[in-house]
Design a protein around this ligand. Sequence first.
Ligand SMILES: *[C@@H]1O[C@H](CO)[C@@H](O)[C@H](O)[C@H]1NC(C)=O
Ligand SMILES: *[C@@H]1O[C@H](CO)[C@@H](O)[C@H](O)[C@H]1NC(C)=O
Length: 316
Amino acid sequence: MASKSYRKKTYGNRSSSRSASSMASAKHLYLRKVFILITIILLVCVILALGISSSTWNKLSSVDHSLQLYGYQVVNEFPHDPSAFTQGLVYAGNDTLFESTGLYKHSSVRKVALRTGKVEILQKMADSYFGEGLTLLGERLFQVTWLTNVGFIYDRKNLKKLQQFSHQMEDGWGLATDGKILYGSDGTSTLYLIDPQTLIVTKKHVIQFNGHNVRYLNELEYIDGEIWANIWQTDCIVRISPNNGTILGWILLKDLREELIAAGNNGIDVLNGIAWDSDHNRIFVTGKLWPKLYEIKLHPGKKHYDNGVIEQLCLP
Ligand SMILES: *[C@@H]1O[C@H](CO)[C@@H](O)[C@H](O)[C@H]1NC(C)=O
Ligand SMILES: *[C@@H]1O[C@H](CO)[C@@H](O)[C@H](O)[C@H]1NC(C)=O
């Protein structure tokens, strides 16, 4: 309003007089217009730059609160062998799971009926091996072992050992596959991409959250274009982009473990083991020595979370 009335008054002055003072005021007005125009152009440029590089800005800002935090709902509970120290879990169709268990002298690969928890085939490992991550690629199961670079390949039909291999990760923790390549973890913050034919590491992503390395990446699952990883010693699952290693979200499953303990299962260990039924989009989770396996459904939780929550709960 103020500038409008100023303008009216100035134009009025110019039409009625040719005095030096009115010439000066016309020049002043011209400069003012140029200044406003330049300011508008600059503002438009800044807004465009911000829009184009918003992802870059997100990366530059040290704390990104926009990551999705997912809540969950238990839609089914199934029995799970409470002596299974679950280190690898994979869904194989027809309500069947394959599972790898750890602990020296107790390590195994199993075929398990989902609904009953019944172990249908059990392939015991040599006492010197501690079973870890497991994945199913075609007709073959791939398994890695703790504190060694040795892995094994089994026939999915009968769990007969077909082959032994060595890999290039620092240790063997988790394995998953998208049907083409293997994804591996070794307890560090690195996600490895591995050629299943040669077992050579073809690419690595270091997983970071707000500038912190996300260590202890453990059991892995490929789910609908993402890699989900249990983080050892926590109730957290991190969702990772296999393309570039960025974190796509977090799932906090604290209540599952706490409810099992409250129900008297004092000997249970941490959440570990994720499996995905791609045909019916069912997600299964369990833990080491847990008497139950859960089918869960996710729902998006708070878009923004309190500062430090993830660091505190998921980055030990
Ligand atoms: C599915 O599992 C059941 C029970 O284990 C078995 O009898 C049946 O042959 C399986 N079907 C297929 C297609 O594998
Ligand atoms: C990483 O890949 C995901 C898709 O998997 C994509 O949504 C995201 O924008 C990518 N991030 C960067 C920084 O390239």
